[in-house]
Design a protein around this ligand. Sequence first.
Ligand code: SAH
Ligand code: SF4
Ligand code: F3S
Length: 481
Amino acid sequence: MEDLLGDIGLYEAAPEAAPGVTRETHTGKQRKLYIESYGCQMNFSDSEIVASILAKEGFDTTSDINKADVVFLNTCAIREKAEQTVRNRLDHIQGLKKKRPGMLVGVLGCMAERLKAQLLEEEQLVDLVAGPDSYRDLPRLIGEADEGGRAVNTFLSREETYADISPVRLNSNGVTAFISIMRGCDNMCTFCVVPFTRGRERSRDPESIVSEATKLFESGYREVTLLGQNVDSYKWSPEANAKSRIEKGNASEVVTFAHLLERVARIHPDLRVRFSTSHPKDITDDVLYTMARYENICKYIHLPVQSGSTRILEMMNRGYTREWYLEKIRRIREILGEDCGLSSDFIAGFCSETEEDHRDTLTLMDAVRFDFAYMFAYSERPGTPAAKRFADDVPAETKKQRLNEIIAKQSAHGLERNRADVGKTFTVLVEGPSKRSEEFLQGRNSANKVVVFPRKNFVKGEYVQVRVEHCTGATLIGNAV
Ligand code: SAH
Ligand code: SF4
Ligand code: F3S
């Protein structure tokens, strides 16, 4: 079953990073590392941690696979198609390896975690398998693979957050950057493989987050996106970490996501703050009020609903009903205004989904009118609660048809929401030249909409007031005022 919108998944990579190939670093190191990233932004962010760990071990990164001594695919397991993409890519890389037998090929990330050592058997030329929590072990694993051993580490940790590692910014335009604030997920949505591939939820020390964001701002970055599978359950308490308790002494202070957001927002008014992903069951008014208080916290929320049917939501173990979700949307618009950007994720054809359930999804879309959405056909993942408990009984054709209906509706809503912006003036952070022409620049407004306008003398990293003159379904087009 093909996903019509591909498998980039949530918090889709910045356009520059879309092929998933890393930028080059040239510091005269001995070996060359090539990393391709798939899946969500957490994976792209992890690749930067991997590059940082290996930079200390004598590796520069290269964007030319033919020059690489080590080739890593940082993989995604969210849908079957995501894994198929990686397998096809491995087939291609095996051809290269025949020409250059000394080249090491490693599979990292969620597919590595899901399939573990099995990958070494299935894909004959894979030399190394490392799950998301074992990247500190990569130097040893590479050594082992160099010696011809079976280099596998898929141990999942309860503590690892890579807090002390400052990522080599590989996927970046120099203006916007991603910061992982937590890892893993404890939600156990029945369809989802993430709790199995990324392990238990754990939050990263807020000091290390604020310091990373501050350094980014000082080196010219103007936007940070705080990343986690469920940022609203971010929670850090010194007592969770005995070492910190001794150092800091204030054992009772718990840092919530709202607190963290505020601390990052206070670094500088010119540093924009975004975050992803929020969970409808966990997002608090506290977070919404914090967003309202700070101009530089972008007014955009990605709030995946998955389905509009309470019965299906229950089977998915999402922890909210249709009515709860609609009430959250009402609160968001009440506190942050109608212009607050809203996007969602949808799964079409989950187990036992009827026409009526599907219509509930369509009517929920009408009630909300999202600016944007990622839309998928349900893909059963081995080992998940849904795979164990429910039959994947909606025929592929029906899934596809329902997905198409969801996509058609979303396209109409996206266009309608963009048309409502024509005539308005927005503050746009310039990210670089537009995709189509060097004569135009592109950036985003607070609501996360892409805005394109004539270059003139404006430069990357600048805030520009742009009046929207017209639009497409995906882009606002205007002039600087
Ligand atoms: N943590 C995020 C989701 C991460 S996965 C959240 O809770 O919303 C990104 C999206 O992939 C999900 O929101 C869901 O829409 C989709 N997805 C996850 N598992 C899937 C599956 N088995 N089949 C189809 N889509 C899936
Ligand atoms: Fe998966 Fe649910 Fe966790 Fe999102 S919240 S990563 S959908 S289990
Ligand atoms: Fe992300 Fe895919 Fe893993 S969406 S968390 S890379 S399964």
